[in-house]
Design a protein around this ligand. Sequence first.
Ligand code: SF4
Length: 388
Amino acid sequence: MTRATSQLLAHAADGGRITADEALRLYTDAPLHALGEAADAVRGRRYPDNIATYIIDRNINYTNVCVTACKFCAFYRAPKHEEGWTHDLEEILRRCAEAVDLGATQIMLQGGHSPELGMDWYEATFAAIKQQFPQLVLHSLGASEVVHISRTSNLDFATVISRLKQAGLDSFAGAGAEILVRRPRTAIAPLKESGEIWLEVMETAHGLGIESTATFMMGTGETNAERIEHLRMIRDVQDRTGGFRSFIPWTYQPENNHLRGKTQATSLEYLRMIAVARLFFDNVNHLQGSWLTTGKDIGQLTLHFGADDLGSVMLEENVVSSAGARHRSNRGELIDLIRGAGRVPAQRDTLYRHLVVHEDPAHDPVDDRVHSHFASTALNLLPAAAAS
Ligand code: SF4
């Protein structure tokens, strides 16, 4: 390691702000172990209780009908396609009831951009869920859905967000960010809103009291500099709003989509991204490692590279799994992964408050029913459809 790189790492490990150029230098040049150590030092200072968290939630993919046709997406079907489907309210409520029964605290409603679904549909759906399950946090939709509803119903962004909030939305998921930088975003999602619009919607939401997370899908052909530019765009907004609770990078899944996996991020690139994100985002509290797209071993390693959260057991997920994510987990396994990394596991809620701290392995939950159910697995939770 050159002296300049080592000094820069020490500066970042001490909590000093680094520029995008410096982050790029660390991403490309810093030795892997030193990079991980520096990020872990920052993580340890932020969370001296040594706790790493997970959440129990359920994705409900309410429709696969979508007009946006992203090239990396294996989930969507064009309007009028014979395999298109949209769940009715009864089915959505049934899935919420199952989630509650399994101890979920959060619902992520995520779906395609169906021309049939406008403001009224979202308001009615959110209001019905909140009325029947007031204990469930609706951490759902995101900037892309706001843009879609705004087009479908001819409303401005602030009105869409305010009406969703009024209907029961608690916070936005950070999906749809993919990569915010213009060149690679246009290459993989030419019909999606620009990165600048994605950020504008999130900034508007934060101003209206709806916080969110921010995500990054790595590995669709972006350059290293574009990866870091994605982080910079988010950090600039965060400096103004403070509304991003967490940063969640994950890797593009190559199956069944138009990109055909010609490019992919490696596990080491993913770990480097986790570490650099922890060093670069001095203004974002939480960093989530993905076991879903990178596997449980890499998921566990992220806890040594700056991550403080492993996300969700995911009682249901269909979008990423449609594109080839084969990894499954359950509550006991996530607890074991966290404990195996030398951390104290804790179940959290959407606001990252600790609900259950698993201090003693003798009292870990056993034989629970809380495990992943995806479209391509045995679907005892999802009897209704092969693709949903
Ligand atoms: S990623 Fe979302 S917006 Fe893009 S095609 Fe798939 S469902 Fe539609």
